[in-house]
Every structure is written in C-alpha cells, then in structure tokens.
Design a binder for this molecule. Structure first.
Ligand code: C2E
Ligand code: CA
Ligand code: CA
Length: 463
C-alpha cells in the first residue's frame, strides 16, 4: 500500500516534470507565446494538412523598429516589459482572426493564419490583418513614467505550395521584412518575384566575388581630379569588376555586398596594394600627383590588421612625403559603433602621413557632428548636390553649397566637388573657391595607362 503510494507520487512528479519541460521547450519564457520550435512544428503541421485541403495560409514575420534603441537607452527591464505588452496586443488581435502568434527571439515575431480557400482571399486577409497589426502596435505604451511608441516592419509570405519546405517560406517572409526595413520601416511587404530575383543576384554576386581576385577579374580605374586652373592634380581610385557570367558589375553593387560578407577586407587590401604600387610607379615616371584618393570601408578601418597592413604598404612602396599624398575617403552612412576607436585609428594612420576625406558629404544625417569629432582633412561634396546645380535658378541648393563651403573654410578643410558634368557647375564651384574638381565634364574614370597618357599629354601641352 505504502509502496504503491510512493510509486504513484513519483510518477505524478515525473509526469508534472515532463509536462513542465515540454512546455518550456516550446514556449517563450518572457511572453509565454510559443517559441521558434513551437512555430516550426505548427508550420509543418499546417503545411501537412494543407496538402490534403489545397488551401492557402499566410505567414507574417514581424520585427520591431529601433527596439534596440529602447533597450540601450531605457534598459533591458523596460525593453522586456515593452516586449510583453507588444506580445499581448499581437495575441489578442490574432485571436480575433484565428491566427497563431509565436516569438522567434529578440524583437522578432511570427504569425501564422488559418486556411483560406483561395489565394486571392488569403492575400486580401493578410493585407487587412497586417494593416490592423501595425496600427495596434503603434498605439502608445505606458511603462512606469514612460510613454513609449514603437512601430514594426512586416514581411509576408503566402503559402500555397506545400511542396516547398517550411524554412523557405520563413526565409521569404524574412527577405520581405528586410525590404520593409530598407523602405523606411513601419510598413508591410509581400514577398514577390522581383525580390526573389534581387536576392538571387545578390547571392550569385556573393558567390562569384570569392573567385574574383584569384581570377584577376578586379581592376582599378582612376578618375582625374583637377584644380581651378584645369590642371590634373590627383585622382580617385575606383574598383571595377568584370565577370565572365555577370559581365561588368558596378562597385555600387558589389562593394556593399563584400562589406556585408567581410570579403572587403581581402578585396580592400588588394585595391590598396595596387593603388600604392601605381602611385609609386607614376612618381618614378614623373607623374607627380598632389593626391591619390582611395575609398576605404568602415569595416576595413576597424579590422585588426588594417593599421599594420597600411604601415607595411607605406614602408614597402612610399616615402613619408609620398604617404602624405594618399587620401583615404571614408563615408559615414551609419553611426560608427565606436567613434573613439575610429578616431584613434585615424590618428595612427595620420601619423604615417595619410590624410582623410569625408566622402558623400551632406548625405549622412550625422555628417556635421562627425565633422567636428573626426580628424578629417578634406570634405567631398556629394554629387547629388552638384547635379542639383544644373537648375541654376534653384537658389536654395546654391545656398546650401555656399554654406558647406563656409563651414569647410572655417574648419580649414580642403573641398573636393565630384560629379561635375557641365561648365555651369564648374564655374559656380570655382567661384566658391573649390580646391579640387572631379566629374565626367573633365574625364571619366580610366585605366592606369590611359591616365598616364592624359597626364603626360597635358604636361607636354602646358610646357
Ligand atoms: P563614390 O566614392 O561616391 O565615387 C564616385 C562615383 O561617382 C563613381 O562611381 C564615379 O564613377 C561616379 N562619377 C564620377 N564623376 C561623375 C559624374 O560627373 N557624374 C556621375 N553621374 N557620376 C560620376 P563608381 O565608380 O560606380 O563607384 C560607386 C561607389 O562605389 C563609390 O562612390 C564608392 O562608394 C564605391 N567604391 C568604388 N570603388 C571602391 C573601392 O575601391 N573601395 C570601396 N570601399 N568603395 C569603392
Ligand atoms: Ca569616393
Ligand atoms: Ca562620393
């Protein structure tokens, strides 16, 4: 009697324990919603039954906008409460629509709908529900003394073909969600063929880039830079990629991809090596430039071997005086993670003689505050401002450029203008006392030998 009581007690405990661990394995501790495991199982089951019924389901991937900022500024406790409140709102709306919501992790949620007989109805419902969801999430939150607002980016994938595996649909929704972020957040994007093609091309570029250096597919072009007297005084180095399968791919496309994958470290090093080598070769041939500008990605600047690599290249190819003619163009599109480290690295490079130029000046929202902090020697006005000068009646743009000049002169910075395409623009910039001019009006980027010829011909002409 006593023995069976103990057994009964033990098995009930085991049972409770199993239920509890089962619950924990499938649920999210913070919000009590289903977790990623739960969601994948739910999706697999839904797709299994869909095979028999020939129905359609929608899948939403929801990512909160700028949630990290809330965590960073108000602390994780507030962040956690906010996540719980958002989850509660999602859950209550989802219940109304018979949808199922899970938390995948962080500030990322997934919602799976019930079945719809036609694809058209499924798409309409997905659109209607997502819209409602955005509205609900955007209503203000009260947490302690804080009134908080948050929006979300939603990616939608329509599941109509259960032959494709579950993870593909999650990936599709993820791609669409990312696109919603790119398009300014607080929006809904349905996965579509255009997005699929773009992603496919990106992956293809990513794959083929890896062989580009070994196959000698990367080359450098040099775009001449002029002084107000129309003399060539420098050049900007621009990377070119010619691939057998893809043809010519522009750096505006392949540089961001190589930054994302980290390939820029290897690629950037080769570009630097070739540029330094060319600069040295030109010096030896009497092609003496005041500056050679090389584009440098933030990721390179922060890489742990970068300072040593540059030191080594300087020592190998250039004298200290020649080093002082090398300009690194940096762009500030996002807030650098670690401004202090950035300044330290820049100062070390400056001690080798390297100068810095703030590229695309005027486009980044933080350019002005950065300009005060970072030890730059030159600013490069973005070509979008120069092209606006085309319509010379546009007083406002001219005023804006004049302001940039005033700031730069005040800070004793050199000014380079790029993207000059006609005489009107050139004249206006020269009148503003622009130091260096660059653009198709003077010359397009060209291969090293063409640059040499252009320079030497011009020199022969003037003497
Ligand atoms: P960027 O640094 O702003 O370079 C200027 C871009 O404007 C170049 O395009 C150049 O060919 C183009 N351009 C020059 N003059 C004119 C003009 O008068 N009109 C117009 N419409 N465009 C003009 P490109 O060569 O396609 O380079 C695009 C971007 O790729 C560069 O923008 C730079 O951000 C990046 N990039 C290029 N080479 C490298 C590199 O070696 N390393 C890194 N990190 N980035 C690079
Ligand atoms: Ca540049
Ligand atoms: Ca630029």
């Amino acid at each position: 009697m006593v023995l069976s009581g103990v057994l009964l007690y033990a098995s009930r405990n085991t049972f409770n324990y199993l239920i509890k661990s089962q619950y924990q394995a499938y649920h999210d501790f913070l919000t009590s919603l289903g977790n990623r495991h739960y969601f994948i199982e739910l999706l697999n089951n839904a797709m299994k039954s869909q095979k028999q019924t020939n129905t359609h389901i929608y899948l939403l991937l929801i990512d909160l906008d700028y949630f990290k900022t809330i965590n960073d500024t108000l602390g994780h406790d507030i962040g956690d409460v906010l996540l719980r409140q958002v989850a509660k709102r999602m859950l209550s709306l989802s219940k109304e629509y018979n949808n199922n919501v899970s938390r995948l992790g962080g500030d990322e949620f997934c919602i799976l709908s019930s079945d719809y007989a036609t694809k058209k109805e499924c798409i309409e419902q997905a659109s209607h529900f997502s819209q409602k969801l955005l509205e609900v999430i955007r209503e203000s939150y009260r947490i302690g003394e804080h009134h908080l607002y948050i929006s979300a980016s939603i990616g939608v994938s329509i599941i109509s073909n259960p032959k494709i595996d579950a993870s593909t649909f999650v990936k599709e929704a993820d791609i669409a969600m990312y696109e919603a972020k790119v398009q300014g957040r607080n929006g809904i994007i349905f996965f579509n063929d255009k997005l699929a093609k773009r992603v496919e091309r990106k992956l293809e570029i990513e794959r083929l880039l890896h062989f580009s250096l070994d196959n000698n597919e990367i080359s450098l072009a040099y775009q001449p830079q002029y002084n107000p007297e129309n003399e060539i005084i420098g050049c900007e180095v621009l990377a070119r990629w010619d691939n057998e399968k893809l043809g010519e791919v522009g750096p505006a496309e392949f540089i961001p991809i190589s930054e994302k994958t980290g390939f820029i470290i290897e690629l950037g090093y080769e570009i630097l090596k070739e540029s330094f080598y060319t600069f040295k070769k030109w010096e030896d041939k009497g092609i003496s430039l005041q500056q050679m500008s090389i584009n440098i990605s933030m990721r390179q600047l922060f890489h742990h071997t970068f300072l040593d690599d540059i030191k080594e290249l300087c020592d190998k190819y250039l004298t200290k005086e020649q080093c002082s003619k090398i300009v690194f163009e940096i762009t500030e599109t996002t807030v650098a993670e670690d401004v202090k480290q950035l300044i330290t690295n820049m100062k070390i490079l400056q001690s080798y003689g390297i100068r810095f130029s703030m590229d695309d000046f005027g486009t980044g929202y933080s350019s002005l505050s950065y300009l005060r902090q970072l030890p730059v020697d030159e600013i490069k006005i973005d070509k979008s401002f120069i092209s606006e000068l085309n319509t010379l009646e546009n007083e406002e743009d001219r005023y804006f450029i004049k302001t940039i000049f005033a700031i730069a002169k005040n800070l004793r910075l050199n000014i380079v203008a790029e993207g000059i395409e006609n005489e009107e623009q050139r004249k206006f910039l020269v009148d503003q006392k622009c130091d260096v001019l660059q653009g198709y009006y003077f010359s397009k980027p060209m291969k090293a030998d063409a640059f040499e010829k252009l320079f030497l011909d011009a020199k022969a002409h003037s003497s």
